[in-house]
Ligand binder design. Structure first.
Ligand SMILES: [Zn+2]
Length: 192
């Protein structure tokens, strides 16, 4: 008799200092900069992660280590909002019950140059055509599993980018401390 689906998609709360390997893949990987809150298993035993990059762990991302499913918003178009834990759990469970992709290897932590490249691409992805665009830390949510850096690292790099490329990134300071970051629109001559 087939096992009911819910036995394959159980959430397992993860304790941050948990040294136990993930039973399903024997890994002890704890990606830097994010908190893995729940794990689900797809139909081929690949892990579907629910993680948060927020310090408060309020918003979540669902990502599948089998296929390329990676969402920070509800894929149900009628609910265009970031994922609370309840929503993320539902989305992860729905994905896990239908995905049959085999588990991929866990991404290696990139070196600083590669991580900076990824950060710059994300910043450019925020760029608007005709006005400044604020860069929120949430812009990095979807890439956190490959970036594997802390929020502090991201902010330091944004400050550096603002110092190196004032034509691209501006840091708005509050009492002398960088607070908000904006990416400037592309100059007219670079537009395609
Ligand atoms: Zn999947």
């Amino acid at each position: 008799m087939a096992l009911p689906l819910f036995t394959r998609t159980r959430p397992v709360p993860v304790i941050e200092s948990d040294p136990e390997p993930w039973s399903e893949i024997g890994e002890t990987w704890m990606p830097e900069g994010i908190t893995v809150v729940e794990r689900y298993w797809n139909q081929a035993n690949a892990v579907v992660l629910v993680y948060s990059g927020d310090e408060s762990c309020y918003y979540h991302v669902v990502t599948c280590l089998g296929c390329h499913f990676n969402v920070a918003h509800d894929p149900d178009g009628s609910r265009d909002h970031r994922l609370t834990l309840n929503d993320a759990g539902r989305v992860a469970n729905e994905h896990a019950t239908t995905c049959r992709a085999l588990s991929r290897t866990i991404p290696d932590r990139p070196n600083d140059d590669d991580a900076r490249d990824q950060l710059r691409k994300t910043v450019l992805g925020c760029q608007l055509r005709d006005k400044d665009a604020e860069i929120h830390l949430s812009a990095f949510d979807l890439g956190r599993l490959t970036l594997q850096r802390t929020n502090g690292w991201i902010e330091t790099e944004l400050q550096q980018l603002a110092a190196d490329r004032p034509d691209l990134v501006v840091a708005q300071t509050s009492y002398g401390t960088p607070k908000n970051y904006f990416v400037l629109p592309r100059p007219e001559e670079l537009r395609g």
